[in-house]
Design a protein around this ligand. Structure first.
Ligand code: FAD
Length: 488
């Protein structure tokens, strides 16, 4: 079988973006291909360039971040994953775990070539236990299918990234995906009881347990969650399920300014309403979505939206909470508070990225997280920087957890100037974000795209601790190399 190896990245770009020397990995020779084929079978391996192309990128459309793998494998069992990693570790070949490829940080892109290990054929729901409220799944199960299986069993899976119709649970765990219900239920890490994973050396290990508490040494399953495929390959997940919410309502508060809109978040929490979601869209984003969907949105001329979802134990409880939310929004100067048709209001919220893409294909998609009360300050900094650099932004935020998706559009900035513009913009905005006590990523991860910023903004001692963990668990640096941070 021929081996296709295409370098899209020059060493200069790699060192500009990552600032390190490319490690010396071995190529995937025809002999290695035969050995891999023996492990997974001929139907579960490809070197066909057309198929490889599908695995050369995630949702980032900028082709400077695309890179072809040498081979893609589709193992069906943890034992096959183990054998692949044993071989790759002894032959010094990079392995990039991949779920659905909906990531936004280029974390599943094989920047050093080598093997892409797709978990798409490990896609079974192994157990739904209704009495003890848990579900055991393989990593290639779609998140929406997990929600549907929980619902069918009369239960509820709380993880709910906006990409749920396409992303897989393995990717959610590896990125610690957030989403729309994190205010009440937490991010993916709060949904996980136990993981089965394969180490870089090929050992299969179970981490965590179906336990309500655990002080037995280091909390390793939580270390693996959010490690973006750099510490192990997740092959099975035991997820927590919850009782189904009895009553749910979506309220749309429309505000004349950002401070009033975001100011509602701490008030809701203090009032004990415990919303499931508090989502924000600034007025430019409301207009962008309106144009994209070709649908009239309420008060789109000046309204900033706050979409609040709340659950009740019965109709009366829901009614009480709705009244409280309505009062709080009106006290905070809302133009109007509407009961939202979920199929409409969530479509508006979930369409913002596509709408922005419709305006401009080249953009920087930020995922910063700040203390909730600092969101208006982020918006003020962005407004100043937009004027300084001549760019436009669209802002959608998981406002209830301080996670701001600032989308910076290239617009009419000349190609030759865009990289420098965005470099300078990033530098200034993250300086401000870190001064507010914020961080680079709330849910999408660092991947390859934010690695330079990770080096720049992370405390050196903290970074050294992370690098020491990586070196201890993957001394040959074969697992998703060049992601999150560099290791000398
Ligand atoms: C329209 C849109 C909306 C989105 N909304 C949200 C949102 O609301 N919240 C949110 O958090 N994200 C969101 N995302 C980003 C993305 O969907 C999430 O990061 C998601 O968790 C990625 O899952 P995936 O299956 O696509 O993983 P991939 O993109 O394939 O991989 C992501 C990372 O996980 C690693 N990985 C994958 N599988 C494994 C495994 N089995 N073992 C070890 N490592 C593994 C990969 O190496 C990579 O580092 C959105 C993306 C889009 C395009």
């Amino acid at each position: 079988m021929p081996v296709h190896f295409v370098y899209n990245f020059s060493r200069e770009i790699l060192s500009l973006l990552g600032g390190y020397t490319v490690p010396k990995y071995n190529l995937v020779t025809s002999d290695i291909i035969s050995r891999l084929e023996q492990i997974v079978g001929s139907k579960n391996i490809t070197t066909d360039p057309e198929k490889l192309e599908l695995y050369s990128h995630d949702e980032e459309s900028d082709t400077q971040y695309h890179k072809m793998p040498e081979v893609v494998l589709f193992p069906e069992t943890a034992q096959q994953v183990s054998q692949i990693l044993k071989l790759a570790n002894s032959e010094l070949i990079p392995v990039v775990p991949r779920a659905a490829g909906t990531g936004l940080a280029c974390a599943a892109v094989p920047i050093h070539g080598g093997i892409v290990l797709s978990v798409e054929k490990m896609n079974k729901i192994l157990e739904v236990n209704t009495d003890s409220m848990y579900m055991v799944v393989e990593p290639g199960v779609r998140t929406d299918d997990i929600q549907a299986a929980a619902t069918a069993a009369g239960l509820f899976y709380a993880g709910d990234p906006c990409s749920g119709d396409s992303c897989f649970i393995g990717g959610n765990v590896a990125t610690n995906a957030g989403g729309n219900r994190a205010v009440k239920y937490g991010t993916t890490r709060q949904q996980v009881y136990e993981l089965e994973m394969v180490t870089a050396q090929g050992d299969i290990v179970n981490l965590g347990g179906r336990l309500a508490k655990n002080s037995t040494g280091y909390n390793l399953e939580q270390l693996i969650i959010g490690s973006e495929g750099t510490l192990g390959v997740i092959t099975k997940v035991t997820l927590k399920l919850a009782p189904q919410p009895k009553e749910v309502i979506d309220l749309l508060g429309i505000f004349p300014d950002v401070d009033a809109a975001i100011g509602i978040v701490p008030k809701l929490i203090k009032a004990g309403v415990t919303p499931t979601s508090v989502e924000f869209m600034d007025n430019d984003t409301v207009k962008s979505v309106e144009h994209f969907l070709n649908e009239k949105l309420p008060h789109s001329d000046r309204g900033h939206y706050v979409l609040i979802q709340v659950e009740g134990i019965n109709e009366e409880d829901l009614e009480d909470k709705s009244v409280s939310i309505d009062e709080l929004c009106n006290e905070n100067g809302a133009i109007e508070v509407l009961v939202g048709d979920p199929s409409k209001v969530w479509k508006w919220r979930k369409s913002y990225l596509e709408a922005a893409r419709h305006e401009c294909l080249i953009m920087a998609k930020e995922d910063m997280v700040v203390p909730v009360d600092k969101i208006p300050e982020v918006m003020r900094v962005a407004t100043q920087l937009n004027a300084k650099y001549g760019v436009q932004t669209r802002v959608a935020a998981h406002a209830g957890d301080g996670n701001v998706h600032l989308t910076i559009l290239k617009g009419s900035i000349p190609d030759a100037e865009w990289e420098k513009t965005i470099y300078d913009y990033h530098h200034e905005v993250y300086k401000a974000v870190y001064a507010m006590g914020g961080k680079l990523s709330g849910e999408h991860g660092i991947g390859y795209k934010r690695k330079k910023l990770m080096h720049e903004f992370t405390n050196p001692v903290e970074l050294a601790m992370m690098q020491a963990i990586k070196k201890a668990l993957d001394p040959n640096l074969i697992l998703n190399p060049g992601k999150i941070f560099d290791v000398e």
